[in-house]
Ligand binder design. Sequence first.
Ligand code: HSE
Length: 313
Amino acid sequence: MSNDSKSIKVFAPATVANVVCGFDVLGFAVNTPGDEVIARFTDKKNVTLKAIHGDEGVLPLDPEKNTVSAVVINYLKRIGEENRGVEIELFKKMPVGSGMGSSAASTVAGLFAINTLYENRLDYKDLLLLAMEGERLACGQGHADNVSPAMLGGFVLIRSHHPLDVIKLSVPKQLVCSLIHPHIEVQTREARKIIRKQIPLKDAVVQWGNIAGFISGLYREDYDLIGRSMQDIIIEPVRSILIPDFYSLKQKALDSGAIGFGISGSGPAVFALSRDEQTAKKITKVIQQHFQSQDIDSDSYVSLINEEGPKVI
Ligand code: HSE
């Protein structure tokens, strides 16, 4: 097959950023949901977006404005192939603006696809820098805690954004994630604006303890330590007002066997970690029933931690 006729389809996973205590520095990937991207070389001299499926018409079709095509354009510039024709087709398999790393899944799938067509010309760090620019386009800030686990799989710590230093962490084998997406709107851009810009030292001390405790828990496979470290005294008290009855939901999840519960990314999705699939399913049911009692529809997903990241399908 000549290079010019190549076409590839890639899946990249949804992600849960922050993981309660690690605002902007912790995230993990799940097996389901995730987005898919087809990329193929064409005879034209630019990047085109052939179609977006499953977004209900909310995402821009302008290749410069859509995050997937925009990061592919930047990829081509980065490798000095800006006149290369590439056609992109995006299959949204998860809700947009959900807090489950929707834009990250699309951009990582797009970048992994184009990089595979170019026989891995760039390494994962370069791809992550390009993916972070996609996040900046999507929400105004180039945070790395969705794109990194979407790219690397598993749990990832962002030790530093500038320069980028990401560390893949251990994944305890029994962890199962419940993700519930209520059909309410929370924009990451807005959810970032309401956070306090300064915090008291005593709050920072609590937060540091929890982040360190959480990561120790991953390596020790200590589920109790993971659970008691899933506390956020800085961001959650502010953002929880965007999710109706958040603290009742949390209590119900913990009463149903969750080891921890919190906002997924900037919301409105919420997530729980538990030690088996049966408990995870029970939690999704209880949380969905609670949303339903408030006339809020929701989608739910139960999944092991995705350790693989993007893959050709
Ligand atoms: N860390 C980001 C935030 C994730 O909480 O704003 C957004 O999904």
